[in-house]
Ligand binder design. Sequence first.
Ligand SMILES: Cc1ncc(COP(=O)(O)O)c(C=O)c1O
Length: 372
Amino acid sequence: MNRRAWIKRGGAAGALALLGGQSIASTLTSSEILKFNPRPLADPIQLNFNENPFGPSAKVRAAMTKAFDDGCRYPDSYSRQIVDMIAQKEGVPKDHIVMAGGSTEGLKVTGLTYANNGGEIIAARPTFLAMMAYAQQWGATVNWVDLDDKLTHDVDEMEKRISSKTKLVFLCNPNNPTSTLLEKNKLMDFCTSASKKTIVFSDEAYYDFIEEKNYPSMISLVKQGENVIVSRTFSKVYGLAGLRIGYLIAKPEIANKLRQNIVADTNILAISAAMTAVKDDEFYNFSLSKVREGKELMYATMDELNLDYIRSSTNFIFFKTGRDITTFNKQMLDNGVRVGRPFPPYTDWCRISMGTIEEVKIFNQTLKKVMS
Ligand SMILES: Cc1ncc(COP(=O)(O)O)c(C=O)c1O
């Protein structure tokens, strides 16, 4: 729905009222709109999936249009090209890379490969659930380790829990839904030591949003031959969530096993989009700067309302409403904003994804209204 159509609808009237009767003018120039492709305002606005509200960029759309003509072919030659490109980008040999139809497929395949015949996965609570949700279907159990009081992984406790039953340790850093980042030495020490005893899976979906300079990726341990698997995605900073493309990085003994279990794989449109997106620095930097700007606007509103929140290392914020999340969810939705689902045991906290600046402003006004 375009902005005008949205404004005509009842929900939009609410949004206009919320914005003090001011129209929701775009904060972008017309050339930025063409280049970066902001999503139109929807009713309700959806700030619940940690998507990038921009993209695919004009350059990526042009690349996909060109690749469309190869739609009758299998993607083999495209696949070889993207593996070459990622190998170069990450500084690893090609045999370390496993392409997948989104990193969710990578998570699922890892669970299938290592926890298929039972055994245990150690994971934080709460964290991103894809691997654990699937692994439970295959008879594996999950050894949940609560986050510490800073809402960060309790890696000391996670390490203590490693036993002969452990098939994998799942680490999501920065963590979804809390947006927290492990202190870098703690991360390095834990991954180095735990990977001597079991396989460590490091989900780095939000790595690009980390502000700390030279924060290490666990790809460095893969390069040293450790039992570490890293996942990355094109769904977040590159704005390609709907195209389904991501990848795993692991040493060849592990990568070969994982590759055999890939089912969905990816496709030429997604590959051509990803290959262009990686080179589109303008879009990449624009996405990061808009996430920064949006987060600052939300923090200011949360400060004004005296709400606790975590300073985020991702493209979303985890904040404490002090209200039951199911009630809060409904209150926000009734006012035209869809927020994140419940993340037990933090049932009076809420996860909110960054949107366009217009969406962020609507969220801020709605939050003020609902919390008043
Ligand atoms: C931590 C984390 N890992 C993986 C994913 C899934 O990404 P993809 O779109 O590549 O499947 C998400 C999506 O929200 C996520 O939050």
